[in-house]
Design a protein around this ligand. Structure first.
Ligand SMILES: C[S@@+](CC[C@H](N)C(=O)[O-])C[C@H]1O[C@@H](n2cnc3c(N)ncnc32)[C@H](O)[C@@H]1O
Length: 190
């Protein structure tokens, strides 16, 4: 039988494929922009022990209901706060995957959006938390002003990471203007 192969349908679809390839049951992960919890549900369904952070309590409440309804609440710790500061109990070199789905909450207040300064601060800290072979997955939304700045500055930051320590790539649709894109970083096993 002839094989068929379909390119990924969206940056989130591609991100989810990376996550499921990478994770094993019991791995520690961080969802740094929990929102309504769709990504958190995917991570915990893969069996990962998940810290889920968001600055909006209403979003976390929604996410909590979702994980309870899926029977995976025991795998998730919710934290209300800014991701520029991770909980102190998370040790260096202990996390397999850190996920950022940037921008604002779909259907929520568009003024409460991730900001380039805090996102970069968070990312710098996140690099240290990863185990060797661990990944950071960042979905960017250049279709709005702050999202465009974030994507530009994150790309600049990532392009300057040492190739001996980091594999970095950027997936973007080159025939869909200002569509969301995906940055993936992997800490090299050395
Ligand atoms: C695109 S939404 C995330 C979608 C979510 N991952 C999901 O699966 O539904 C971005 C989220 O980032 C949150 N956010 C914005 N700034 C933040 C910050 N400094 N620290 C943590 N979360 C932040 C927003 O409140 C919003 O819920």
């Amino acid at each position: 039988m002839r094989k068929t192969f379909t390119l990924f349908q969206s940056h989130l679809d591609l991100a989810h494929r990376y996550w499921s390839e990478l994770l094993s049951v019991g791995d520690h992960v961080i969802d740094a922009t929990c929102g309504n919890g769709r990504d958190t549900v995917i991570l915990a369904t893969l069996g990962a022990k998940t810290y889920s952070i968001d600055i909006q309590q209403n979003a976390l409440n929604e996410a909590k209901l979702k994980v309870e309804s899926k029977g995976i609440a025991q795998l998730v710790t919710f934290i209300k706060g800014c991701h520029s500061k991770f909980p102190e109990e998370i040790e260096s070199h202990s996390v397999k995957l850190i996920v950022y789905n940037l921008g604002y909450l779909p259907g929520g207040n568009k003024d409460v959006t991730t900001q380039v300064t805090t996102t970069l601060k968070s990312l710098e800290h996140a690099l240290d938390l990863l185990v060797a072979g661990g990944m950071i997955s960042i979905t960017c939304y250049p279709g709005h002003e702050e999202g465009k700045r974030e994507e530009e500055q994150l790309l600049y930051f990532c392009q300057n990471l040492s190739p001996r320590e980091w594999s970095c790539c950027h997936h973007r649709w080159i025939n869909r203007k200002l569509s969301p894109s995906l940055i993936i970083l992997q800490k090299i096993n050395v």
